[in-house]
Every structure is written in C-alpha cells, then in structure tokens.
Write a protein that binds this ligand. Structure first.
Ligand code: CDP
Ligand code: MG
Length: 889
C-alpha cells in the first residue's frame, strides 16, 4: 500500500500544507483500512469520502468552517448497537448537536480543544464519536486520561454500557488494576498511567487518538502530558502516523494551552459545547458560619427536604469523615427504613428548633438569581440589601415554581408537614468509597424517597449525578498543602475558588431549574480567588522530574509546561535526585548561580533509570533499588506499599457522635495500642519503629488471610490492606522486570524479618529518606522550652516532634528518620524509625560534612549547616553495610 513508503522518514521535509495533506490522506487511509476489516465496507467508498473533504487550514476556527461547508460525514462509520433508552438519553445531551462540528475539527486538525459544562456529555460521548468514525482499529486505539481513578473506572463502565460492548473492548487501566485486553479499542486510564506508557514508547504508537479529559483541573500529570504531547503529535506526523490530541475542559479557561507558543505552534481550534444549563438561583447566607459548616449543612438539608418540592439534594463537604457523619445525622432525621428511628428524635427536634431560628433570620438574607450559569462569566453580583428593584426581579424569576424557593417563605404549618414524613435516601460519595457504592448515586432513588447525596469535591466536575435540583455548598475544600522547599505537607480546609463554587452551583441545573444554597455570604464569595492555581505550581516535583529525566528531557527548565513550576521547586527536586544518586552530579565549579543552572540539567544515572521504572516516589524507589541485599526485598516492598497507601489504621481520634461511641473508641484505641506494641516487636525490631509496625500489621493481617474481620478487630483499615496487597503484587512485578534474575515472588504470608534484616531495613530506609534525618536536641543544648523533646531536622528551623501515634513517641532515639512531617498543632514526624549515627556518613555522604581526621570522635550534628559532622578515615566506614553497586545490563 501507498502509505508503507511514506512511513520512512522523508528526506526533505514537506512544507507545512503538504505535510498536512499528507497527514490527512494517511490518516483517513488508516481509518478506512480498519473499517474494512471490522465493518466489511468496500475500500472504494472510504477513499471517495476522502477526496470530497475540502482542504482547510488548521488554524481556522472550527465554527467558521462548519458554517460554510457542506455536510462532511466521516469517511467510515462503525455501527454501534445501542439500546433505545440509551439512545434517547444520549439525544438529550448538548454535545450530540455538535458531533459534526467536533468530528470535522478533529479530522482536519491534529489538536482540538473541546470546552463544555460538566454533564454536557464530553467524557461519555466523544470517545463514541471517534469510535463510530473508525478511529479505533487494530493499528491504533482511543485513549482517554482522567485525573481521578474513580472517573477512569466509572466512565469506562458507562461507555461500555452505552455502546453495548464488553469490558474487553471498552476498558480501563488505573495504577493497581485494569481490564485491558488485546481487543481493547477504547481505553480509559489515569494520567499517571499514560505518562508511564510514554516512558516505554515515546511515540505512543498504539494510540490513534489521545483525549486528555478534565484539563481544567490542571492536575500535575495532565499538565505534563499536554507538554509532552505537544512534541509527540508533530513527531508522529513526521513519521506518517498521525496522532490526534483532544483536550477537554469543563471551563473556557484554556488560554494556558492555546495562547502559549512554547506549547503549540499553531493555535488549536476551540469548540464550545452549549451548556444547556437551566437557571440556578443562588442563595447566599447572610452570615458566614465560622466552623460548624457541617451542622449548617444539616439544618439546610432539613429545611429543603421539609419545605421544597421534589428534586435531589447534593451537599458539598470537605472529607470522608464529615460526609459520613452528616449521612448518619440525616438518616436519623429522615429514616429511609421506618424501623430505624432510634436516636433520630433528638436530631429531629434539633432541626425543628433550628428552623424556628432560621425563620426569624430569613428576612435578612440575600437572594439572587442567575438566569443561566454562563461559562464565560462567573462574576456574580450580589444583591445589596434594600435594592428594591433587584429583589423584585429575584422574586419574579423564582416565581416559576409553586413555592418561593427562598426557603424562608415556607411559614405555613402545611408546608412543614407536607414533606417531612418522606424518607430521605441518603448516599455518601467520595473518592475512596468502594466503586459499587459509588455507582448507587447514578441510579434512581427508591420510589417515594428523595435522593440526597453528601459528597466531597468528586461531585464537582468528574461525576454528574442525575436529578439534582438543590445544591448545598459549604464553600470549603480540603487540600494538601506543601512547603515548596521542604515538602512538609499539611491538609487544610480552605475556601474554594469562585470557579469551583460556580461549578458546584451548576450541578443543580442539569435537568430543570435549580437552587444553590451557599453557606457563606456574598462578601466572602467576592474574596475567593477566581481560579485555583495549577497543581504543578503547588507541590514538590521530584517524581515528575525523575520521570522527565528518564525520558531524556535533561533541561527541565526548557520544557513546555502549560504553567511552569517555580524555579526553586525545580531546583529542590533536582537537588534531592542528585543526593539520591538518581542524577549524575555536575562537576561543581564556579559561582553558586552557575551551579544551580548546571544542576537543573543533570542527566539521569543508571540508578535513576531503575528508580524511574518503579511506580512509587523517588525516595521509595531508591529503597527498592537497594533491597535485593540480604533478602530484604519482600519487606521493603511491603513497607513502601504501606507508606504509599497511607492511613493504614482506623482513626480513633475522630470526634464521636455519642457518649457510647466515645467509650467504644477509647476501648478500641487501647486495644490497638497494645497490638501496635506487639507488631513493633522488640530490640532491633522495635528500632525500626513505625515501619516495623506497618510491616507487622501487614504480616499479621496476611497471616490471618486478610479478612475484614481481622482488620476490624485490630483497628486496621480493610480497604488499605487490600490496596497494600495489590501494590505489593505490582511492585514485585516491577522489581522482577528490572532484575530479571530476581525471580521474586512475594508470599502474602511473610515470615517476620530476622533481627539482622530489621537492621538492614533501617539502613535501607535511611538511604532513601536521607534528607529526612532528625536529631533530638539534648538536655544540655536546650535553649528554650519549646525545644523540649524536640528534634532538629536539616530542612526546618522550627522544632519538630515525634507524632503521639508513633511507637517511638516515648523512646525518643537520638537520630531518627521520618516518612513525612505533618503540621497540625505542632510539626509532627510520622512514620519514624531510629537510625544509628555511624550509618549516616557511610550511607549519606552528600548530607555530611567531613572534617579533619581525629581520634574516633562521634558524629555530631551541625544545626547551622543542617548536616551531620563526622570525621574521615574512621571506623564508621566499617559498618555492616555496603552501598550496593546497582546492576544494570
Ligand atoms: O464529561 P461531561 O461532564 O461533559 O459529561 P459526561 O460525564 O459524559 O456525562 C453525560 C451524561 O451521562 C450526564 O448527564 C450523566 O448524568 C450521564 N451519566 C450517567 O447517567 N451515568 C454514568 N455512570 C455516567 C454518566
Ligand atoms: Mg467529564
């Protein structure tokens, strides 16, 4: 065939228009070839359709082209057998009206951006359009990336169902699992999975189309993928194997992708899908509650349910614990199962009382109506008190429904009574929830009930819940914050951005006009930041930089980031990777500044290449790379899995709902502490500290067969244990693929490590967490009471402490190494192990300051330099540890 010749690199590069034509020709030929095999259509027909396509410049906006050209059906059409109900539901989606415009734009441009309000049908429909147009075939499939695992799994299931195809054809792949087969034609995956694939095959040759979904979320991997794909797409074009890139966003804020000439040389067309959004009336609270927003949510839901016409309620809270506690309260107040009224009475009376108070205050509240949520314009103008005209407008608009939906007018007894007996069908929704429980929100609630979903941020854009008419927005979100340099992280509950608040409000107007109750004042809203900053600018990037170096992108500063991370973040990452030995250190000469510049372009080392193949953070990857010695690998894999999964243990410190529960929690906590001690072992084992506890907990749990019962009895989180098991399997495979002779098999039922192994494990952990060494301030060094029992770290000026949940909390070893520092009331180290000072110079020379040889002095710590001081030719090199030569082929 003709195309086989042009797959060779052309000697002379064709001019851009020729190249474009060439690309189109081959593109369509590929499509038609695939169509012939799968749909048995005559090849001639497909060819003819190509000829009819008028050539159009890639930069013309799609909407213009669409208006002045004849209908351009795709060259091929792969029939899909959808059920009548599905077909009917699809036809209601706004994106269906744009199918032709979208497909024309994709046929004619290598890169296309699609913007459409959440629920317009982007994620579920665009892959189907492409499939029908023959973009998926034996020589290339359709890939879709999602920033969240929940979305990747649930969307693949939804699309398979809509298309009436098996999961072997419409599949998903997330970090731990997937159902991809040889037959897969549409593949949903997390953005991290695609990044790994680029490492193995830079040209992504098995894909014909890549769709980057939820680009507005600006997750770090999404950003980096867009940067990489901006280079891969032209490369594929040159090779004569064109790749289509589609970027999908729920907002129109895409200028970081389009007006960025480092990224795309030709501005890609933007297709805007009409939102078809029903008007949402936004109600602000007069006052902003300071902390009890959860209680405020409860009161608001009670009022809505008692006083307003049918329609689902969606509540936005910040975290899993909050979601559950509100669900419990609501279920008690409006039991779905009639027999389950115990304890509900208090809450009910509570809410009646609250409603009384609320009615008194209602006159002072502000109400405003948005005629339609406009993607372009999120600026909400609050109605000033006493602004008569506007108030009148507001009432008019709301008068569309029988009851004034400003809750406050439901004064009459009838209103109150009318709905209060109706059960509320309360469902939680958050990302760690089991998939089958998540799926419940998509189904219709049982007849005679009202749906109420209590959700975290996942319901903001990734998932669309049908039938929501009322949104209750606490205005907060829980986010992980990182210190740019030290990487110290803390979870903080902060105000959302205006864009997020408007997205949340928009969830109320999908099927009919809706209402959004904001539990904060319009003045507070005005102070929200407009958009939240891209993730890449807010977190440490060492994992990302290692992945990029593995792709031989040495000068990361020159990479076309949609929004570049701050230089100091890049420098911190590069420095850490050098210290870990993942990058080759530059010859240090010249001034500091030059050093810094040089550091930002260090090439990857052989060790770094191995580390990059492990799907864990660089510090952990280093531990894995070292662990073949002394048969430590199964243990390190377990420790790393446990540290990655986080929160192995049930939370006993959460506020209890009742006194009975307080007592229960106390009992559980005591029993758990006892277990912890047993798991931590004794002597050398115990020095491994919290990591030994993790190892012991996993070991014991696996020994018992990893049952839910065992976990509940011992304060372990069952879900975390299952996840650790999966990750252990996956890491074992990853290790085996690097060290082909390892032939490792991790037996879920591990034997405990020997004492010697426990010591080696501490050394391995130290080698990986070298910048996380801390030394306890000794009594004679105490300057200030705030340093009592405190540790000094290399990275922070302030005292840090061992977290009370640690088994080393009372031991207080002189030198420790920690997994992370979390800031709550103080700076706390979590995941703590004890280390011997003499290991430090042997294992962490980059962090040590070597002085003149002396008579056997002990290593000491120099707080000014944040370094351990020790002395060269010393006995300390004769520790029972060898820095291994990592073997590469
Ligand atoms: O991606 P986008 O937000 O534009 O929309 P989508 O996720 O493709 O959803 C389109 C429609 O499919 C929405 O109205 C959802 O309610 C519906 N849907 C559903 O009913 N069940 C699912 N599991 C997923 C989506
Ligand atoms: Mg979507």
């Amino acid at each position: 065939r003709h195309s086989s010749g042009s797959e060779l690199e052309p000697e002379e590069e064709p001019s851009s228009s020729e190249e474009e034509e060439e690309e189109q020709k081959q593109e369509t030929e590929k499509c038609s070839a695939s169509a012939v095999s799968s749909a048995e259509k005559p090849e001639e027909g497909a060819r003819k359709a190509v000829v009819e396509q008028p050539p159009t410049g890639p930069s013309a906006p799609a909407s213009q082209r669409a208006s002045n050209k004849p209908s351009c059906k795709p060259a091929v059409f792969i029939p899909v057998d959808r059920s009548p109900e599905i077909q009917e539901a699809r036809l209601k989606l706004p994106i269906l009206a744009e199918e032709q415009v979208i497909m024309e734009a994709i046929n004619e441009n290598p890169i296309v951006i699609i913007c459409g309000e959440t629920g317009s049908g982007k994620t579920t429909q665009v892959p189907q359009f492409l499939y029908e147009a023959g973009y998926a075939s034996s020589n290339g499939i359709i890939g879709i990336t999602e920033p969240r695992r929940v979305a990747a799994v649930s969307m693949s299931q939804r699309v398979a169902k809509e298309m009436n195809l098996s999961h072997r054809v419409v599949s998903y792949q997330i970090r731990y699992e997937g159902n991809v087969t040889d037959e897969t034609q549409i593949k949903f995956m997390t953005d991290g999975v695609l990044l790994k694939e680029i490492q193995k095959d830079f040209l992504l040759s098995k894909y014909k189309v890549i769709i980057i979904d939820e680009a507005h979320e600006r997750s770090m991997y999404t950003d980096i993928l867009i940067g990489l794909l901006s280079r891969i797409v032209p490369l594929r074009q040159k090779k004569g194997l064109p790749l289509k890139l589609i970027i999908m966003s729920a907002t129109l804020r895409v200028e970081d992708f389009t007006d960025n000439n480092r990224l795309f040389s030709v501005k890609p067309p933007i297709i805007q899908v009409d939102a078809r959004q029903f008007p949402v009336t936004v109600h602000f609270n007069k006052k902003t509650p300071l902390d009890d927003y959860s209680g405020e949510c409860f009161r608001k839901v009670c009022k809505i349910h008692r006083m307003l016409p049918s329609g689902g309620i969606l509540v936005f809270l910040t975290g899993q614990a909050e979601v559950h506690s509100l669900c419990r309260r609501l279920r008690k107040a409006f039991p779905y199962q009639k027999n389950n009224t115990a304890g509900g009475e208090d809450d009910k009376e509570d809410s009646v009382e609250e409603m009384r108070k609320f009615k008194k205050s209602r006159k002072r509240r502000k109400v405003m109506t948005l005629p339609k949520i406009d993607l372009n314009n999120y600026s909400v103008v609050p109605v000033d008190e006493g602004d008569e005209d506007r108030d009148a407008d507001t009432d008019d608009d709301a008068a569309g429904s029988d009851i004034d939906l400003d809750l406050g007018d439901g004064d009459s007894e009838e209103d109150e009574k009318s709905d209060s007996s109706l059960p509320l069908y309360v469902l939680p929704l958050y990302s760690l929830l089991a998939p089958e429980k998540q799926a419940k929100v998509f189904r219709a609630p049982p007849p005679g009930t009202r749906l109420c979903v209590v959700a975290t941020n996942v319901a903001e854009t990734s998932l669309t819940i049908p039938g929501i008419k009322y949104v209750v927005d606490c205005g907060k979100v829980k986010k992980r914050f990182y210190d740019k340099i030290t990487g110290v992280s803390s979870f903080r509950v902060t105000w959302v951005s205006q864009a997020s608040a408007n997205q949340r409000a928009g969830r109320a107007g999908r099927t009919e006009p809706g209402h959004c109750y904001r539990l904060y004042s319009s003045a507070v809203f005005m102070d929200f930041e407009k958009f939240s900053a891209p993730e890449i600018t807010k977190r440490p990037v060492e994992d990302l930089i290692l992945q990029m170096k593995a792709l031989n992108i040495e000068k990361v500063v020159n990479f076309p980031f949609p929004t570049p991370p701050p230089t100091e973040t890049l420098a911190a990452a590069e420095e850490l990777l050098i210290a870990l030995g993942a990058l080759k250190e530059p010859p240090v000469t010249g001034r500091l500044k030059q050093q810094l510049a040089a550091k930002l372009s260090c090439p990857i080392s052989p060790l770094g290449r191995i580390m990059a193949t492990f799907p864990v953070a660089p510090r952990y990857a280093k531990m894995l790379a070292l662990s073949r010695q002394h048969n430590c690998l199964p243990y390190t894999i377990t420790i790393v899995s446990a540290m990655t999964v986080r929160e192995l243990f049930e939370e006993f410190d959460r506020p209890a709902v009742s006194e009975e529960e307080t007592a229960q929690l106390k009992g559980k906590r005591a029993r758990f502490l006892q277990m912890q001690k047993i798991w931590a072992g004794q002597g050398p084992m115990q020095k491994l500290g919290d990591l030994m506890v993790m190892l012991g907990a996993v070991g014991a749990c696996e020994f018992a067969g990893c049952t839910r019962k065992f976990c509940e009895e011992n304060g372990l989180r069952y879900k975390a244990m299952l996840e650790i098991r999966r990750l252990r399997g996956q890491l074992t495979t990853a290790v085996n693929s690097v060290c082909t002779d390892a032939g490792l098999y991790v037996d879920p039922k591990m034997k405990p490590p020997t004492e010697a192994q426990a010591t080696y494990l501490r050394q391995i952990v130290l080698a990986g967490l070298g910048d996380h060494v801390a030394r306890r301030i000794q009594a004679e060094e105490l300057l200030d009471d705030k340093w009592k029992n405190a540790y000094k770290t290399a990275l922070l000026e302030d005292p840090v402490f061992i977290h009370p949940s640690s088994v080393l909390f009372k031991e207080l070893p002189e030198f420790v190494v920690y997994q992370e520092i979390v800031e709550t009331t103080k700076l706390y180290m979590k995941g703590v192990s004890a280390v011997e000072p003499e290991w430090i110079p042997a294992l962490l020379p980059p962090y040590c300051h070597f002085g003149k040889p002396l008579e056997n002095p002990p290593p000491s710590y120099c707080p000014q330099r944040g370094r351990v001081r020790c002395h060269r030719p010393s006995v300390f090199y004769r520790v029972s540890w060898q820095l291994p030569a990592v073997e590469v082929d």
